[in-house]
Design a binder for this molecule. Structure first.
Ligand SMILES: Nc1ncnc2c1ncn2[C@@H]1O[C@H](COP(=O)(O)OP(=O)(O)OP(=O)(O)O)[C@@H](O)[C@H]1O
Ligand SMILES: [Mg+2]
Length: 257
């Protein structure tokens, strides 16, 4: 089977100044269709940079970024748009990813028109279907993003991402700003989407306990390097890298207090 996302030998340096330069070093990563891959690591380890490289919001210095087998590292225009349809991303602050001046329904319609080529008149049913899928009501359609709660806005962001019919959804700290019960409801929604539409999920978080509770595989980042990768069960039972052990101990400590 072909990976939906594959990074091969990806390198990226941000040369802010010599002392503060940051480097992603020869990164390899494979996410299969329908798989849930979790990425954990401390703040500044490069998790968001990997998400941005995977969607070409950041251009790599070296290496390949294959989406469904096609290298988007050198891609432009139509080819890049095609890739954006297959891999969608949601962020911690979903409010800022919406246009304040557009109602939620209009934003979702826009994505449907853009990626599925529907006419405006055919969009309404699809918008209703997507809202139902993510557990929002029709009345939410007519609200502006700032008129939604954090959890509702994250659901709206997921609906808009699904409007492109992606094969992979990248969630960059997408539940980190939500309270624990809303966070669990969003995770349940992601699990449901994985089951119902076979959506692959690339879940980025600093919360190892959360990631390991629902991901198939796990990658651990430290200082721009993926220091350990493997099945969640294996890593949680027998972490190999000292930093993974440290993360696990910290997560157990937090659960105890
Ligand atoms: N566009 C950029 N230009 C310069 N430096 C950048 C850029 N984007 C990220 N960096 C730097 O790269 C490093 C990794 O940042 P990144 O956002 O990937 O970390 P992260 O693991 O997502 O952290 P957090 O958990 O806090 O979100 C940081 O030192 C950051 O300052
Ligand atoms: Mg980040």
């Amino acid at each position: 089977m072909r990976a939906i996302l594959e990074l091969k030998g990806v390198e990226k340096t941000f040369d802010n100044n010599r002392k503060e330069s940051f480097r992603i070093k020869s990164l390899d990563l494979r996410i299969m269709p329908g798989e849930t891959f979790g990425l954990v690591g401390e703040s500044g380890s490069g998790k968001s940079t990997i998400a941005k490289l995977s969607t070409r919001l950041v251009r790599p210095d070296e290496g390949k970024i294959l989406i469904d087998g096609k290298d988007i590292a050198p891609a432009r225009g139509k080819k890049l748009k095609e890739a954006y349809g297959k891999v969608q991303m949601i962020f911690q602050d979903s409010y800022s990813s919406f246009d304040d001046r557009m109602k939620v329904g209009a934003s979702i319609s826009e994505t449907i028109k853009n990626f599925q080529g529907y006419k405006k008149s055919d969009c309404a049913k699809e918008v209703d279907r997507l809202l139902e899928r993510v557990g929002l009501k029709k009345s939410h359609l007519h609200r502006y993003p700032y008129e939604l709660s954090g959890g509702e806005c994250q659901r709206a962001a997921i609906a808009r991402a699904l409007a492109a019919k992606p094969k992979l959804l990248i969630c960059d700290e997408a539940t980190s700003a939500l309270d624990v019960s809303v966070q669990h409801r969003i995770i349940r929604l992601l699990k449901k989407l994985r089951k119902e539409v076979g959506l692959g999920i690339f879940f980025i978080s600093h919360d190892l306990a959360l990631v390991s509770s629902f991901c198939d595989r796990l990658g651990v980042m430290k200082d721009g390097v993926m220091v350990e990768t493997g099945s969640c069960d294996e890593i949680m039972a027998d972490p190999k890298h000292p930093y993974t052990k440290e993360l696990m101990e910290a997560s157990l400590f937090i659960n105890e207090i």
